[in-house]
Design a protein around this ligand. Structure first.
Ligand SMILES: Cc1cc2nc3c(=O)[nH]c(=O)nc-3n(C[C@H](O)[C@H](O)[C@H](O)COP(=O)(O)OP(=O)(O)OC[C@H]3O[C@@H](n4cnc5c(N)ncnc54)[C@H](O)[C@@H]3O)c2cc1C
Length: 446
């Protein structure tokens, strides 16, 4: 006798966790999640496959963090997704160690990340998230292609937004663009006057690339920075202690005002120039100034804050103020490259939920210690933010240094118990912290 099997009305799975955006940060969450059969996860990205900042993938650029701070090692050193596992599988282990490299190149780290992504079965490509909604005690994600997925927890990993200064917005195009697309642009640099705006690592890498380009040389490269000098990263054991869970935990006890100051104080621990880039660039500039008659001149302009840009013939006129003397100066350029960094931003797909989120003065979501966005939704529906916690978690947030610890923190919060052991009770530095009762009694100046 044939039996009629009644299918449940809604056969679509409700995931425990959906991740939107698959950069290194969500890839780390995905990798750790794969080690537990208790969490059903799916991660989605607009791209057709994994890639990491392709527009800035210079062949000799070196990772600013240790390769041991990979997707998994800090909390799960036995994982199949570690950088060591990658080296062993690729039969590179001995050659890599023999190199005694001070850092791994970004090209190789990107290869590692793509290798790890290729092994996971919870990643979905070619899916652009369009809108989040809340219904029937679950979060629903609508994608551009019409697909809709449901989940109880969501982790936003869509990265930062390139920062375009107001004065440049009207001129964006072939001859004025953000550094993030530098290598994707068909750059005609021969005999051009090129202004690179921004004195950080990206600006330095682009200046070095322009000066050593195999293409015919530019006429002039002007490197303009609003910082008082071109400063290398602060490095060393004591500096690196800032990139520890212990530091983050003490940072979280500080009043808002002190947290803001702390982010400024620690800036060069995270945002300076890589020493190997500084050495290479300095040697190249010295060579051009003193040892050869190459046509390209390099003009170094620290302490200049560009305030305006206007068209002048086929090129541009930039107006800057000296941050030291206050004097106004002008610079001429045919090509303007904006190495002006990126800002944390909530993705468009969160717009329907904006009125329900607790936002700070910059319009960014307030995060709790477990990276949960504060909102008025049901307590069992949790939304986590990656790269959105500069103010809540400090200078380490946009970096990979603690990404694995953060991924494990989030997965523990999803499961509701310590799936990963994150207890730390062996601190090397006793960071200043404020007991909670004192914060509550404090009057914080506006
Ligand atoms: C050039 C460069 C070098 C860096 N080097 C270092 C370093 O050496 N050490 C270090 O610690 N940090 C470094 N950083 C900082 C940080 O580690 C990286 O920016 C890192 O890529 C951040 O990862 P992410 O996952 O937040 O975002 P991203 O890598 O930006 O990834 C975001 C992903 O989200 C996807 N996405 C966006 N919107 C949607 C949507 N609506 N739907 C689906 N998918 C979407 C994008 O396609 C993208 O794949 C570097 C940053 C840059 C720019």
């Amino acid at each position: 006798m044939s039996q009629i099997v009644k299918m449940p009305k809604n056969t679509q799975p409700v995931y425990d966790l959906i991740g939107l955006g698959i950069g290194p940060f969500n890839l780390s969450v995905a990798a750790l999640a794969q080690s537990s059969s208790r969490i059903r996860t799916a991660f989605f990205d607009s791209k057709s496959e994994f890639s990491w900042h392709q527009g800035l993938m210079f062949s000799r650029s070196v990772l600013q963090t240790s390769f041991l701070k990979d997707l998994v090692t800090a909390v799960q050193p036995t994982s199949a997704y570690s950088f060591m596992a990658f080296l062993v599988e690729k039969k590179r282990f001995y050659d890599f160690l023999a190199g005694r490299f001070t850092g791994v190149t970004r090209v190789e780290f990107n290869e590692y990340l793509a290798w790890a992504a290729g092994k996971m079965n919870n990643l979905h490509w070619n899916h652009t998230a369009q809108e989040i909604s809340v219904k029937d005690n679950r979060l629903s994600v609508a994608f551009e292609d019409g697909r809709v997925e449901h989940t109880h927890n969501l982790v936003i990993g869509t990265g930062m937004k390139p920062f375009i200064p107001q004065w440049a917005t009207a001129y964006l195009g072939e001859n004025c663009f953000h550094a993030s697309s530098y290598l994707n642009k068909a750059r005609q640099i021969k005999n051009k006057r090129i202004a690179v705006i921004g004195g950080g690592q990206t600006g330095a890498e682009i200046v070095l690339d322009l000066l050593t380009s195999k293409q015919a040389a530019p006429l002039e490269v002007q490197w303009i920075s609003n910082l008082p000098r071109f400063s290398p990263l602060e490095e060393g054991g004591f500096v690196d202690q800032v990139f520890t869970p212990a530091y983050v935990q003490s940072y979280q006890t500080l009043p808002k005002q002190s947290q803001r100051q702390e982010v400024v104080n620690q800036k060069l621990a995270s945002d300076g120039l890589t020493p190997s880039t500084v050495d290479e660039l300095y040697a190249e500039i010295y060579r051009r100034k003193h040892l050869c008659a190459d046509p390209c001149t390099i003009t170094l302009l620290p302490g200049r804050d560009v305030k305006a840009m206007e068209q002048q013939g086929t090129g541009y006129r930039l107006t800057s103020n000296s941050t030291i003397s206050g004097q106004t100066e002008t610079q001429q350029a045919d090509l303007v490259i904006l190495a002006t960094g990126a800002k944390p931003a909530l993705p468009e797909f969160m717009t329907p939920l904006l009125p329900r989120l607790s936002l700070d003065e910059n319009g960014l979501p307030e995060l709790d210690a477990s990276y949960r966005l504060q909102w008025d939704g049901p307590r069992n529906l949790q939304i986590f933010g990656l790269n959105l916690g500069l103010s809540s978690h400090g200078i380490v947030d946009p970096q990979m240094s603690l990404m694995t610890w953060r991924s494990a923190t989030i997965l523990n919060a999803v499961v509701g118990e310590p799936l990963f052991d994150l207890e730390e009770d062996n601190e090397l530095i006793d960071w200043p912290s404020v007991p909670r009762a004192e914060i509550l009694n404090q009057v914080i100046p506006a």
